[in-house]
Design a protein around this ligand. Structure first.
Ligand SMILES: [Zn+2]
Length: 231
């Protein structure tokens, strides 16, 4: 037995974001294509809807990620500034406050005071950030990078059903896009599960189920609108 377990939780952040982006791209674009195809639209209209969905989705992912990462970073910065002010104003209070946290986690009073004193002598703000506020990495947040990478993963995901729809004859678009997208989704789910050290089948099934549900629903909505017949 190795003493070095390979922990994977720390990898789950960016992996989760990438898988979610690609997953969103596949599900929303495939559903859009299937919905429009179910309404008896022509190939050009189906592809137009798919491309519009790709651009709209990628922009929406980028904007959402940018806002989320920047506001999270603002909140953390404000929290740290508050904490630094409190450390400057009342070091002893902060020392006891940190010790109290260690007591609640199971240390004796004396040991907690000792740990608190040593950690604060090393880096007071980092100790409070980690153990009191719960900020583990005081890294610079990169909202632009986060925005671009989610837009990119969404676009990659969306390109799969779009290229599938473009490559097959009109009559086969619905079935081919549905089947291929479910295959893409299950592969993506399995890859994510494998990278995260989780169960492959569970990961694949989870993603595929929601994708299938979305496509069935948009196909149902699309079939309510008979575009060709309405003219
Ligand atoms: Zn504090």
């Amino acid at each position: 037995m190795s003493h070095h377990e390979n922990h994977r939780s720390h990898r789950s952040g960016w992996l989760r974001a990438a898988v979610m982006g690609a997953n969103d791209g596949i599900v929303s674009t495939a559903s859009l294509i299937i919905g429009v195809a179910a309404a008896e639209a022509a190939t050009g209209d189906i592809l137009l809807a798919g491309v519009a969905g790709l651009v709209a989705g990628a922009m929406s992912m980028a904007a959402g990620e940018y806002v989320s990462v920047s506001s999270q970073s603002d909140i953390e910065k404000a929290d740290l500034a508050l904490e630094q002010a409190s450390l400057d104003a009342n070091y002893d209070f902060e020392l006891r406050e940190l010790a109290k946290i260690y007591v609640s986690r199971g240390l004796t009073r004396e040991l907690a005071m000792e740990v608190s004193a040593q950690l604060m002598a090393h880096d007071a703000l980092a100790a409070h950030a980690r153990d009191e506020i719960g900020i583990t990495e005081v890294a610079e947040a990169k909202p632009i990078v986060a925005a671009l990478s989610s837009a990119a993963t969404f676009t990659l995901g969306a390109a799969l059903p779009l290229l599938t729809a473009w490559a097959v004859p009109r009559d086969e678009i619905m079935m081919t896009v549905a089947v291929c997208s479910l295959i893409f989704l299950s592969v993506l789910g399995a890859v994510a599960a494998r990278a995260g050290g989780a169960n492959l089948l569970k990961g694949a099934t989870r993603v595929t189920f929601w994708g299938a549900l979305a496509m069935v629903l948009t196909a149902a909505v699309g079939s309510l609108f008979d575009v060709a017949g309405a003219i």
